[in-house]
Design a protein around this ligand. Structure first.
Ligand SMILES: [Mg+2]
Length: 140
């Protein structure tokens, strides 16, 4: 993977309820909004099967204007059993999530895109910073 076409974000224990400071999480999201407009997607239980409740999930977590901006700019996905159902396997993507099920891992492997999965450790206080550094490494 040498470029990034799409970025997928989980929410729980990835961008909320993590050990990373909120300002670091916001910096990560800010960078994505500014550098990858129209290429960021929710991949979370708060957005699935045609409903998008990500604004409820994030309200109170970040300033209201930022929650509204995320709701307006981060694109919804539709998935059912597996999050990989929503991932464009033909794209160069990064998928930020704390968890990868065996069935999802198998799908990524079958498509030779396991390197698109970026595991977010919720107990690592510099996790959001590491994720941002990873993204910035593609823009040099
Ligand atoms: Mg999660």
């Amino acid at each position: 993977m040498q470029k990034i076409d799409k970025i997928y974000f989980d929410i729980d224990v990835v961008i909320r309820a993590t050990a990373s400071p909120k300002e670091d999480v916001m910096a990560l999201l800010r960078y994505c909004l500014d550098s990858y407009p129209g290429k960021i997607y929710w991949l979370t239980t708060h957005c699935r099967s045609g409903v998008n409740h990500t604004d409820f999930a994030l309200r109170g977590e970040f300033p209201d204007e930022f929650v509204d901006e995320l709701y307006a700019k981060v694109l919804p996905t539709e998935w059912g059993a597996l999050k990989t159902d929503a991932i464009d396997m033909d794209s160069d993507f990064v998928w930020f999530d704390d968890n990868l099920f065996e069935a999802e891992k198998a799908v990524l492997e079958q498509n030779y895109v396991l390197d698109g999965f970026f595991k977010m450790n919720p107990r690592d206080p510099v996790m959001a910073k590491k994720a941002l550094e990873f993204l910035k490494s593609f823009k040099d």
